[in-house]
Design a protein around this ligand. Structure first.
Ligand SMILES: Nc1ncnc2c1ncn2[C@@H]1O[C@H](COP(=O)(O)OP(=O)(O)OP(=O)(O)O)[C@@H](O)[C@H]1O
Length: 251
């Protein structure tokens, strides 16, 4: 479990996140949702330590990451896997080298052990016989799969996904969402997904927090989201025609 307690962050005197507290559960896909510019990415960066909060704390399974010394911070960072927008693969490395990279940097495994682990992860994300392909030779959906394989290759306990559906068509998006959920449950890891995609909310929203202008206004899941009485959340959900039609059908 990852816990955030009373986290506040400002840039140049402007408050971006104010007094955010939340719990992100192990074995679940935890979503941070909200409109553009509302602070989702800044919160994610605070969680993984790319930005330091002005106040508040982040705990990884009870270990205080914010006040941790260098050694503990390094230990926790090693347990974090990240899936970046667009996959963020190294263009000059092939698929196998991309996935192996964290093992090269963080472990003293032999070449054979690393290759075995890479192949296991490739298989797990539904890809085979692509080891030697370059990122430019694979589709956007495949790049995300490679990104997921790289994020879990070093037995990560925590998986962070920043807009995993960006640039994907709806069907591929759903497949990637479901892959993230399956892996989360199978490996019993704590997964946090930043998204503004309502399809993802409905598909994998086990536990959801809604941010609006730097404040957490609502928390719940994909079953309770329609019944919340938060106006800003309802405006966010029903911003598109399809969701308004769904609402109408629900009576
Ligand atoms: N390093 C920074 N310095 C100054 N302001 C920043 C910095 N990073 C983010 N911001 C500001 O913080 C606010 C929230 O940005 P953030 O990227 O978290 O939004 P978001 O909810 O992730 O939006 P989107 O869905 O469009 O990615 C924005 O006004 C942004 O300009």
């Amino acid at each position: 479990m990852i816990e955030v307690n009373h986290l506040t962050k400002s840039f140049d005197g402007k408050v971006i996140l104010e007094d955010i507290s939340a719990k992100f559960n192990q074995g679940q896909t935890n979503l941070i949702i909200g409109a553009s510019g509302t602070g989702k990415s800044v919160l994610l960066k605070n969680l993984v330590g790319l930005i330091a909060p002005d106040s508040g704390e982040v705990l990884f399974d009870g270990r205080n990451f914010t006040s941790a010394d260098k050694d503990l911070k390094t230990d926790i960072r090693r347990e974090i896997g990240m899936l970046f927008q667009g996959g963020a693969l190294f263009d000059s490395k092939n698929v196998e080298q991309n996935i192996m990279f964290p093992l090269d940097v963080l472990t003293d495994m032999t070449k054979e052990e690393k290759l075995e682990r890479v192949n296991y992860c490739l298989d797990r994300v539904g890809m085979t016989d692509v080891n030697k392909k370059m990122p430019s030779e694979i589709s956007g959906g495949m790049k995300k799969r490679v990104g997921i394989a790289r994020a879990i290759v070093n037995h990560s306990k925590y998986l962070f996904c920043d807009e995993p559906n960006s640039g994907l068509d709806p069907q591929t998006s759903i497949r990637i969402d479901n892959l993230i959920k399956e892996i989360t449950e199978e490996l019993n890891i704590t997964t946090i997904v930043v998204t503004h995609d309502m399809n993802s909310v409905m598909e994998i929203g086990d536990n959801i927090i809604f941010l609006h202008k730097g404040h957490k206004l609502w928390e719940g899941n994909n079953e309770t989201i329609f019944d919340g009485d938060c106006t800003e959340l309802q405006d966010f959900i029903f911003a598109n025609k399809l969701m308004r039609a769904v609402k109408k059908n629900r009576g």
